[in-house]
Design a protein around this ligand. Structure first.
Ligand code: ATP
Ligand code: MG
Length: 376
């Protein structure tokens, strides 16, 4: 039997007590008895009942129909009318307030329970439909935002490529080797940017379709990180200082999902590089024991204003001091999802114009070297 919390609105106290007894013996909890419309609104706000049982004739300025309308609009709670009056006019006004039930006094206990149960389940179903519609609306808003942000971010590097190739084509013979090199580097940089963008877009697609899954494999984490840093070194021409300490033998393998880990680390490292000046170092540290891996990515760049730090992991969120630097605001939301899939945590410490430290902690299962075919 349902243990729903019910508010009774009834101005005749004997009838109210009678209804209370019926409800309680059927297992419901009566949160309060209100005698006027004002009391009914106050009690609804204070007790947040699951359902309101409402007499239509109430003393005071508003009757039960008007009160029910206010409850429906403010709290979207189900209201069941309980009344001795069944005249045409009252009925048609009651109908307009979309009640969840209408019981005529005197009533049978069984009728009361059945009407309440139907009202509760209809309300539950309607709430679920409304939530689904709301989700659908949010998703569609997110999709249009996604398309506009991503197209805009693709246009910038494409324009750079077009501009640089036109200059090389027109003035190639007159340009110094150094200038030519600059334009070629700009083209390469733009292609890399589009590549990273595409990788993020594909990952977001996988997340939405539920295809981004956790499939751990034993890997040599130190080697994996070192190779990633070497790639950054070659591609970004930025030096990342990698160091590691481990309580385990150097050839130990640890179970992580290397694809997800790559998303985590490339996004954190590329942010550290992107949001700090060219000559500044980026530090990347790894600490391993048999249970956890901790990754630290520290830069000495523009930092993140404290007011922006709480929202960083939401899709499209960009801090107020980063607007002049290209970006979609997708990277960290992907990082967060990959960390969550690992059952890990991520934290950020940052101060504007001083730098930023991201710390990722992942739980680990150490594997014996011969258990599987390691990818690293
Ligand atoms: P992209 O989707 O291309 O990575 P993005 O870098 O703007 O774009 P995120 O990686 O999600 O997006 O980062 C969100 C925001 O967090 C950034 O726009 C920036 O404001 C801030 N941020 C992230 N990392 C750093 C950092 N190391 N230093 C300063 N700000 C940072
Ligand atoms: Mg980023």
């Amino acid at each position: 039997m349902s243990t729903a919390r019910v508010l009774i609105v009834e101005d005749e106290s004997i009838i109210a007590l009678d209804i209370q007894t019926s409800l309680q013996s059927a297992g419901y909890q009566v949160v309060s008895i209100a005698a006027t419309s004002e009391e009914a609104l106050d009690d609804t706000a204070n007790f947040q009942p699951d359902l309101v049982l409402m007499d239509i004739r109430l003393h005071g300025e508003m009757d039960g129909v008007e009160t029910a309308e206010q409850i429906r609009q403010k709290w979207r709670l189900p209201v069941v009318f309980l009344t001795a009056h069944a005249d045409e006019n009252t009925l048609s006004r009651a109908k307009q307030s979309q009640p969840f039930g209408y019981i005529l006094k005197p009533f049978e206990d069984r009728e009361l329970v059945t009407t309440i149960e139907i009202a509760l389940s209809r309300h539950k179903a309607e709430t679920a439909v409304r939530a689904a519609l709301e989700k659908e609306r949010e998703m569609s808003e997110l999709k249009s935002r996604f398309v506009s942000v991503v197209s805009h971010e693709f246009r910038n590097p494409l324009n750079t490529i077009l501009f640089s190739t036109e200059l090389l084509q027109r003035y190639g013979t007159q340009l110094s080797d150094q200038k030519k090199e600059t334009y070629l580097e700009r083209i390469q940089g733009s292609v890399k940017r589009m590549n990273q963008l595409l990788s993020n877009v594909l990952t977001v697609g996988e997340t939405e379709s539920g295809k981004l899954q956790f499939s751990p494999q034993p890997i040599n984490l130190v080697q994996f990180c070192q190779e990633l840093v070497d790639e950054f070194h070659i591609e970004e021409k930025r030096s990342i200082q990698f160091s590691h300490r481990s309580s385990e033998p150097s050839d130990s393998l640890f179970c992580v999902d290397d694809r997800l880990l790559r998303h985590i680390l490339t996004n954190l490292l590329s942010n550290a590089v992107k949001y700090s000046p060219k000559g500044e170092i980026v530090e990347f540290k790894l600490s391993l024991n048999h249970q956890t891996a901790i990754f630290w990515v520290q830069d000495y760049g523009i930092g993140i204003p404290s007011g922006d730090q709480a929202d960083l992991f939401q899709s499209f969120y960009r801090a107020s001091n980063a607007r002049s630097i290209p970006g979609t605001g997708l990277g960290l939301s992907i990082v967060k999802q990959c960390v969550d899939l690992h059952g890990g945590t991520i934290t950020v410490e940052s101060e504007e114009n001083q730098g930023t430290l991201f710390t990722v902690t992942l739980p680990l299962n150490r594997q014996s070297k011969h258990e599987n075919n390691p990818r690293y």
